[in-house]
Design a protein around this ligand. Sequence first.
Ligand code: AMP
Ligand code: MG
Length: 422
Amino acid sequence: MNIDVCHQPGLLPVERARSQLLEAVTPLRETEILPLENACGRVLAEPVRAQLDLPPCDNSAMDGYALCGECETFTLVGKSLAGHPYAGAIGPGECIRITTGAPLPEGADRVVMQENTALQGETLTLQQLPAAGEHIRRRGEDVRAGQSLLEPGRLIRITDIALLAAAGIERVTTVRKLRAALLSVGDELRPLNTPATELKTGDIYDSNRIALKAALTQLDFDIVDLGCLPDDPEAIRAAFIRARESADIVITSGGVSVGEADFTRRVLEELGQLEMWRLAIKPGKPFAFGRLPRDESGNAGEALFFGLPGNPVSALVTLYQLVLPVLEKVRGVDDTQRAANFQSRARLLNPIRKVPGRTDYQRGFTYRDGDGLQVVESTGLQGSHILSGFSQANCFIVLPRDGGNCDTGDWVTIEPFQKPLV
Ligand code: AMP
Ligand code: MG
C-alpha cells in the first residue's frame, strides 16, 4: 500500500502527511500492570474507578473549633485531631477543638478559625459566628465512590498519581512500553566517546542518535541502540534486519535525501515498503515513512519505519511534528493530550524571511511583555544545522505553507515546546 510517495515539486503538505500517518497505524493492545508510582508518563489501558469517597468523611478545613448551633458562646467538650477523631456527637452550644483534616463529629455544623476565637477555661467566645457549613470539607465533594477517575488513553501525569494514590489505587493497567530501534547513517559520523582531537576533517559527532535516544527515553520507550553506520547498503541492510526483529518502531537519521550516498530509503524499499517520502516542511523535507515486515513471509508482523533527515534540527522537528503524534496514537494516547496540539498566537518582534511552498517551523522565544502581550522573537539563524538557536528556543513559529515573509508586529502562530523537547 502506497500512501503518497511524492516527488518534486508536489511535496506532501504537513497536515496531510500527519493525518495519513495517523490513519496508517493502529493502537497497541498489549498491556502491562504497573505499581502506581512507576506509571507516570505511561498510558492508561483500563478505566480506573474510585473505591471510596474523597474526602472519606466530613472534616475540618481549618485549625479551630467545630461548633454546634448558633450561640453567643460555646462550651468546649473535647477535641478531634487528624488521626484521632472525637468519639461521639456534640449538641447545641457545644464545641470541640479540631485540626485541619480531622473528622467532624456528629452534630457539628460549622467550624471557626482559631484566630477568630478566645478561650477562657471551657468557654469559647467568637468574634463572629461563622455561617452554617463554613470551613467544612464535605464527604465525597472531591470524588464519589464508584466514579470514573481516569479513562483509557490518559497519559498519566503526577497530578493523576496523586489522585489515584488518594483513592487507594495501588496498581494500574497501562499500555506496554514500545520498543524503538535507533540508528544513524553517515560516513562522517563519530560516536560521542571519540576525543575531539581525533576527529578528521569533516567528521562530526553523531548528535542525532543521542538526542533521539534522550527524547524517546523521556517518553518511556525501550531503546535498541544500533549505533552509527557508514553509508554502506550492506551495513544498513544488516542493521535493518536486526531492528525489524525486535522493535515496534525503527527510527533512523541521515541518508534519506537524494545524495549519492543516501541508501536508507533504498534499503527500506528492498526489505519493506516506503509509503511516504518528501514533505512540504522546513526543515525536514526528506522525511520518509514505511514498514519493515519482520520476516520474508510478511506474516510475523512489522516494524514501523521513520527515516528522519540527517540535519540535526530537521531530525528533531520531524520527530516532534510527525513521528510523535503517530507514536502517541500507537501508545493509545487520547487526542486531547497530544504534545504537538498546543498552538497559540503571538506578536512578532522581528521580521522573518520565508519562501512560500513549505510549512516552516522556525525556532523562537516567546514570553509576555510588560503589557501582558504574548510576543515572540526569532532565535536568529534558522539553518537546519543551527543547534544553538534551537537550544535557546522555547517554541516553534509555525509559518503556513503558502505564506511569505513576515514583518515586525505581525501576529503569528506559535507552538510552545512540550515534552520531549523540554
Ligand atoms: P543526510 O540526511 O545524510 O544527507 O545528512 C544531512 C546533514 O546532516 C549532513 O550535514 C550530515 O553530516 C548531518 N548528519 C547526518 N546524520 C547526523 C547525525 N546522526 N548527527 C548529526 N548530524 C548528522
Ligand atoms: Mg548522509
